[in-house]
Design a protein around this ligand. Sequence first.
Ligand code: LLP
Length: 421
Amino acid sequence: METLQIGGVSARQLADNFGTPLYVYDEDKIIAQAKDAMENFSSDMFKTEVAYASKAFSSIALFKLLAAQGLGFDAVSGGELYGMSRAGVDMSKVYFHGNNKSNKEIEEALELGVGYFVIDNVMECRRLIEIAMEKHIQTKALLRVNPGISAHTHEYIMTAKPDSKFGIFIDDTEHIGQVIELLAESSHVRLAGFHSHIGSQIMDARSFEKAIDTMTYFLAYVQREYGMEQTELSIGGGFGIKYLEEDQPISLGQMCKTMVKYTERCIQEKDISISKLITEPGRAMVGEAGYTLYTIGDRKRSGTKDYLFVDGGMSDNIRPALYDAGYRAVLAEKYKEPAWHTYCIAGKNCESGDVLIDTIKLPEAKSGDLLAVYSTGAYGYSMASNYNRLGRPAVVFAGHGKARVVIRRESYADQYDLEIE
Ligand code: LLP
């Protein structure tokens, strides 16, 4: 009986040692992705930075791992910044994103020495200038511009529609001008450049190229209009990964290389120069490196469905219920056997939408079998909840045949520790 191995450790051994449900990351895969991005996202024409979008999955162990590979980070909250600072990340390589940053978060970020604030709107810009002045701290900013590119992806994760809540729409020259002028007058906050992000789980490089084309036109405009030169440009993240068999994503390294080459071409054509190009992959860095292991419990036929129930569900993976996201999975100890039986994998959360995989072919399954769901490394743990008071599963890093817990399983007591009786 051949068992699925993750990072050189058998899935059965992981389940027996750490319990299920369990998030397992193949540490070697994460390192390989980081290296692939760092090696390919480089240019002779400008500096480059790969900033990991920590919303995909954040943990102190991961921050340490990626910082050691030379990556920067994208944070969107005080909570993410706190984790990075505890991990000893070089905060000058951190980009602080998000709409509606609170004054407290801005203060904390300034005190931590965050490298860049990615400004979402004019009000935020004014607040940042004021707080930086009060605290006598100098900092840099990028302005988030919505290039209006609609990439082919799920509507909830598509961010660059003209009426998106993020950034300032590219045609809104009035508000863009206000930010540029406010920052030109500020002695504490310097506008270093511009940021754009068009969405997530985008498979085709063309959408990114369109965004780069649009953003470099925009840079030519700000150069003409405001004399801004040598600006920095962030193209955001959003590179797609393989969830289902039919998904054929371009590798992270290849995507990075294509983006750099395309930017080089665009700036030459438009006769502008940039000082730095930044990208912020989240999903592509950790998604395929992550697996969720579940133990199969009861099996039940209900109408046309043959249900296999697992010991987790929408509380550890909300993506199927929220985005209709598809996943592939195997029985970890029978993963080489022919899959001829059609099942529906449902969780134990008290909601009929708690279906992880609606239709999947597996070998004959029995109670106690181990189910391994692939590609759960991004937006799994980070979007997990305590719904129905199911504790969040533990997170294990496995690599070179060894496994270690990086986030322990949430106990009943952990969940009630915040309560005042
Ligand atoms: N940069 C910015 C400004 C972003 O808003 C995002 C994602 C990223 C980078 C990273 O995108 P990635 O490389 O991970 O696609 N919860 C959804 C995804 C939401 C993405 C939000 N922003 C999901 O589970 O599919």
